[in-house]
Design a protein around this ligand. Sequence first.
Ligand code: PMP
Length: 464
Amino acid sequence: MRQITNHMPTAELQALDAAHHMHPFTTNADLAKKGVRIITRAEGVTLTDSEGQEILDGMAGLWCVNLGYGRQELADVAARQMMELPFYNTFFQTSHVPAIALASRIAELAPGDLNHVFFAGSGSESNDTNIRMVRHYWALKGKPSKTVIISRKNGYHGSSVGSGSLGGMAGMHAQGGLPIPDITHIDQPYWYKEGGDMSPEEFGLARARQLEEKILELGVDRVAAFIGEPIQGAGGVIIPPSTYWPEIQRICDEYGILLIADEVITGFGRTGNWFGSQTLGIRPHIMTIAKGLSSGYAPIGGSIVCDEVANVIGADEFNHGYTYSGHPVAAAVALETLRIMDEEKVIEHVRDVAHPYLAKRWHALADHPLVGETCLIGLMGSLSLVPEKNGSKEFAAPEGTAGYIVREQCFANNVIMRHVGDRMIIAPPLVITPEQIDVMMDRATLALDKAHAQLKAEGLMKAA
Ligand code: PMP
């Protein structure tokens, strides 16, 4: 067998990658021509690539490496757990200490009576659990017609058949026969682009009331649940107007439908509280978790379930589960992640240090000639790229052209920001220091300057 190592020339690794590795959400043919960027190691908030470049990771991997890279404690716990008990299942009336300890700790942290955890290996799997759980809940309550789940356009809940159906990504629905039946989507609370003449407050109410209209259109006896990310992440870090979630909560309460908060990104400190629901004043029946739960060091997700739903579901056999539900190594790593978050007061750091410091620098970008609005909550932020300052918000070029150019300039300037269409987003590790925020923002600002010059030179600074 051929040894493939970090020390091989980049071009050779790229050729092997192109020959054998299919990448998610990628046009693999284009990538093969260009050559993939290969990350070889990482420490703190910094990645190193196969060319020896050091890149500040403004996206915490994929919104998950909240404690930063190279944490010895997490590696030690994983190694210990692998020797003690690398795997055992949680089916067939058995359990193990890591799953018991993690479920107990999550129940302590979660608000209200969210006291029960159903584990999975990812956010997608957890949302698939939620689809089956809420439908089965209503069936057990003698209301089997309540099967419809209402979700939002441009929401993201994962990539499996179920969770991809819950999501409202048109590009995903166009491939592979999604959505599955009985999932329906209302409009997103994206005031900056869709608010028209309404104030943010009016718009937030209007968009939330689409939920009520949808429930009335379908009939309450058809609706099982509403699902939403407290703040849309993959859709572009869209922070809803302040009126939005209270109105959604009122409607869910009034019509007695289950409320699922997808906390895969917003959970575990991202917004300056343990959960985004706490930051936004949401009282969900179920929360989806993953990513930051283990700081991305091991794949694990889950559904945190309230007493009422767990008790009803628990009265019958729930024919559902994954081999890796509560995987002992992943659970041990997650438990250690949560311990470190306590010990190092990571949430206080986000709230009192990192957020206020980043907020000053991030919002200062609003003066940049390429930038429209800037948004930041905790350590998740976005900015919109615009062709005209205080004028048109849409470029003449196809959506995403400007965003892609800025992203490439970021890469070239050794900082990772992601683009969603013509919006740039950041979500750095939660442990990022003010000095590192300065480095990140200096590089990001330079990248915006260079992208602006490039867009002008290529004749792309034109409004639609
Ligand atoms: N829900 C949300 C809100 C997410 O952001 C994601 C992933 N970005 C998922 C679910 C899916 O998680 P996973 O990729 O772990 O399946």
